[in-house]
Ligand binder design. Structure first.
Ligand SMILES: [Zn+2]
Length: 80
């Protein structure tokens, strides 16, 4: 990539941050489209806008609970 623009939403250790732009996302602050990037640094995830100073932590989604095998025991009578 040519150019080395200084984005306002760079982390402290940018080398370890994975940035993915979210297609179609609109910044709630400045309203720019396709300007929201998801940043991943280890287990820390946050979103930021490259057009303004918007930055927000992305809470980790709660762990999915298993639907099957949740307490209900079905008794099957075997005849014979
Ligand atoms: Zn913005």
């Amino acid at each position: 990539m040519a150019g080395f623009n200084q984005a306002p939403c760079q982390g402290e250790s940018i080398m370890a941050v994975v940035r993915r732009f979210i297609a179609g996302a609109r910044c709630p602050t400045c309203g720019a489209e396709d300007a929201i990037a998801l940043n991943i640094e280890g287990e820390h995830e946050w979103i930021c806008c490259i057009q303004c100073d918007f930055r927000e932590d992305k809470p980790k989604s709660p762990p999915a609970t298993a639907a099957a095998g949740d307490g209900a025991v079905q008794i099957i009578q075997l005849d014979g």
